[in-house]
Design a protein around this ligand. Structure first.
Ligand code: CO
Length: 134
């Protein structure tokens, strides 16, 4: 099963500008900036009273984030849920009719194994499963 909402992902065009804005909005500094080469993105993280926000910016033309921003503009991109066993959850959700975007989990940002569910199978919301790498 899915545990708590682990973070909310927000697509941004300019990571540095978005970090500055979120530092103003939340009143706290970004605690980590990380490049995820496999996805062609750079990410920045904020933790506000246990709620985590991930800003995601494209680093490469043709990345999924670049395509998203081109179609929909900046804004809410995905909701990520913590899971204990990502392989078991991928199997369970696929059997339940959800569409997995990748067949295997990938190494994501912030020390996670991740897999996404296609929004057409999850009510228009891009869902990320993430398991902390031990
Ligand atoms: Co995420």
């Amino acid at each position: 099963m899915l545990n708590k909402v682990e973070h909310i992902g927000i697509a941004v065009k300019d990571l540095e500008a978005a970090i500055a804005m979120y530092e103003q909005l939340l009143g706290i500094p970004c605690y980590k900036i990380e490049e995820v080469e496999s996805e062609g993105v750079r990410t920045a993280f904020f933790l506000k009273d246990g709620a985590k926000i991930e800003l995601v910016a494209s680093e490469k033309a043709g990345s999924a984030i670049a395509g998203f921003i081109e179609k929909k503009g900046e804004g809410m991109h995905h909701i990520a849920y913590d899971v204990d066993d990502i392989h078991a959850e991928m199997e369970r959700l696929q059997a339940a009719g959800f569409t997995l975007i990748s067949e295997q989990p990938k190494k994501g940002a912030d020390n996670k194994l991740v897999c996404f569910l296609h929004p057409r199978s999850s009510g228009g919301v891009l869902v990320e499963l993430c398991q902390e790498i031990q």
